[in-house]
Ligand binder design. Sequence first.
Ligand code: APR
Length: 311
Amino acid sequence: MGRKKIALIGGGQIGGNLALIAAQKELGDVVIFDIPQSEGMVKGKALDIMQLRPHDGYDSEVTGTSDYNDLTGSDVIIITAGIPRKPGMDREDLMSINLGIMKDVAKNVKKYAPESFVIVISNPLDAMVYAFHKVSGFNKNKVVGMAGALDSGRFRAFIAMETGYSVQDVSCMVLGGHGDSMVPITRLATIGGVPVTDLISAKRLKEIEDRTRFAGGEIVKLFGNGSAFYAPAQCAIEMAEAYLKDKKRVIPCAALCEGEFGINGFFIGVPTVIGAGGIEKIIEFNLTDDEKNALNNTLEAVKKTVGETKL
Ligand code: APR
């Protein structure tokens, strides 16, 4: 049967970490693709990871390339191609450059890896995943944006930091767009099944929600010249693994809604089931009026960004 194949489009900060984690988890062989100017960098990263293998005992092959032919036969494609944020920029500021890149990537992925499951990470996420889907014509179950996993994970991390309890037992969901208008569903957050609303004051929870909303920007400010990469890479690998191992994981992701939650024709963060069929299902549940309003608000923000793609 052979090993699975994971291709990474963009071998920068996130791409390098994706390669490392995918190899260490032995999800399959890994191809890191980047533009010709960065071919040396991705070939170097690939070799470096190959040389880490003896110490970790895994057999995945990692290669670097700038030749799209090498995507052939990929089971999973993870796209980080584009530029990251700098201080003072929001995700939407990346639009013009990253949209051009995404259109080119979508055409090539369609040509060389038409059967793959595609995870988009490039920002502005809600527009980039929409653009990939439009340009590639892929089925909606094979295209997903990584955002909700990261936003929910940040919320979980902050709640664990607040309480001192294991992050493993913290369960949270953040829906909506991958921007400031994202919607943390705090009402449903639990620690080991105990509602966080019983454990943390409403005031502190509000502060934690706000920190979650701006968590990406907090890191951008600290770095000064780029955006987060460890957690985004881990989140996308979690999604890839759910697909490759048919795990039926329930993860909030930017999926194409066609009526779910009253949303039509947009990729937006919703609870999804990821298994061998890709995005096998969007799970709907009852929202409170406040949550509905917040979701409508985030939908307007997503519509605005997507509108700018003119696709
Ligand atoms: N094809 C493939 N790779 C490309 C292309 C292209 N057309 N254009 C640019 N790249 C590559 C760059 O050469 C670079 O190596 O994409 C890589 C991006 O890496 P970084 O600049 O290190 O950015 P990173 O931190 O990995 O973030 C990538 O993910 O979270 C988002 O906002 C972030 O949009 C950004 C993306």
